[in-house]
Structure formats: structure tokens, C-alpha cells
Design a binder for this molecule. Structure first.
Ligand code: E4P
Length: 216
């Protein structure tokens, strides 16, 4: 499974890139706002750090506006910029046009298997089911991932599933078990995924025992 970082913070992205595990980045307007930076400057720097899909979201509400925004973004890095399009009828129209123009898309704010089916039919490169936000309203977010994996496999859709709105390490484990293509994970959760108390205790014991070995 590929791992993306869900962040617009270049410090976090740079750190994760040094771990050798990052395959791409997802941003959204809320994440960019948190950095306090100008958006084009921020996304351009991210593209310099990571050679993989970098999602950036459009804010237009009509297909023509979405396509125009997407074409501007694509100039920043034609290979890696991926346009996050909100799931709606205008969004589907925009995905169709962008797919024909070979611009990558990530249909975002997916909360049902039918939305995922329609996005794939329109030609989306990626779709992002938001599992944490579903959990927040007492729906099992991972259920939709399971359904969409099955639906895409049944019909051989090339659209890749990005498990998004990840809130804890178990979301990532479940995503991998279900066969989702990608999880986009906040930096804090990535750090939680590294740790285990038995690993920490083991490292300490080996270090302490090493001190007891007679030295020449
Ligand atoms: C995904 O692409 C989104 O940026 C993100 O996962 C949303 O997560 P949230 O529900 O924690 O805001």
C-alpha cells in the first residue's frame, strides 16, 4: 500500500521524506490555511520535496471554473500535481474534461460507495473516502472502503482509493487489510505507527546489556 502524508507543512513533509516511506501528499484548503503561507508558494515547495502525486484542491463551484483552476495548478508541476475535485455534478463534469486533458484528479469528500462508483466512471485517477468524518457521525467509515475495493475489483476500475480523514493507526491497518491502494496519513499518526512499547523496551535492554560486555 502506498502512503501519502496529509499535510501542507513542509517541515513535516521534509521529515517524512527522509524516512523513505512517502509516496505522495494530499493538501486541502484547511491544511494550507494552518501553515499561514501563500498557497502557490507552499505547493511549489512541496513539489520540490516529493516526487509523487501532490493533491491540491479547487474552490470553484462550476466545472468551467474547476477546469480553469486545474490548468493553472498543472503548470506548477505537470507530472505530479493532482487536482482535488469535490464530489458533485459539476465536479464529475470537471473530472471528465481533466481526464481527457490528461490532468490527474482526486475526487474528494466521498462518503458513499455510489459516489465512488460515479467518480470512477467519470475517469477519476483517485478517490478519497473520508473515514474519520464518517466515524465522527457514528457510521463505520472503513465499511465504505471495503465496499469500494470490492466494487472497483468487480469491474476493473483503474481509479485508486486513497483512504482519507485517517485519525489513528488502526485506520491504516484496516485500509491495508482491505486492499486500499493508498492511505493518506497525518504526521502525528505516522509517528504513532512507528512506535511500540516492546520495541522501545528491547532497544533499551540491548543498549544496557551492551554496557555489560567486557571491553578490551
Ligand atoms: C484528505 O485528502 C483530506 O485532506 C483529509 O484527510 C481530511 O481529514 P480530516 O477529516 O481530518 O480533516
Amino acid at each position: 500500500m502506498k502512503i501519502f502524508i496529509d499535510s501542507a507543512d513542509v517541515k513535516e513533509i521534509r521529515e517524512l521524506a527522509s524516512w523513505g516511506i512517502i509516496d505522495g501528499v494530499t493538501t486541502n484548503p484547511s491544511l494550507v490555511a494552518k501553515t499561514g503561507r501563500e498557497i502557490t508558494e507552499c505547493v511549489t515547495e512541496i513539489c520540490q520535496i516529493v516526487d509523487g502525486p501532490i493533491s491540491v484542491e479547487v474552490i470553484s463551484t462550476d466545472a468551467v471554473g474547476m477546469v480553469k483552476e486545474a490548468e493553472e495548478w498543472a503548470k506548477v508541476n505537470p507530472k505530479n500535481i493532482t487536482i482535488k475535485i469535490p464530489m458533485c455534478i459539476e465536479g464529475l463534469k470537471a473530472v471528465k474534461i481533466l481526464t481527457e486533458n490528461e490532468i490527474k484528479t482526486n475526487v474528494t469528500l466521498i462518503f458513499s460507495p455510489n459516489q465512488a462508483l460515479l467518480a470512477a466512471k467519470a475517469g477519476a485517477t483517485f478517490i478519497s473516502p473520508f473515514v474519520g468524518r464518517l466515524d465522527d457521525i457514528s457510521h463505520f467509515g472503513m465499511e465504505i472502503v471495503n465496499d469500494v475495493v470490492q466494487i472497483y475489483n468487480n469491474y476493473g476500475f483503474a481509479t485508486e482509493i486513497i483512504v482519507a480523514s485517517v485519525r489513528n493507526p488502526l485506520h491504516v491497518v484496516e485500509a491495508a487489510r482491505m486492499g486500499a491502494h493508498i492511505s493518506t496519513v497525518p504526521f502525528g499518526v505516522l509517528k504513532q505507527m512507528v512506535g511500540h512499547p516492546l520495541t522501545d523496551a528491547g532497544i533499551k535492554k540491548f543498549f544496557d546489556d551492551y554496557q555489560k560486555i567486557p571491553k578490551k
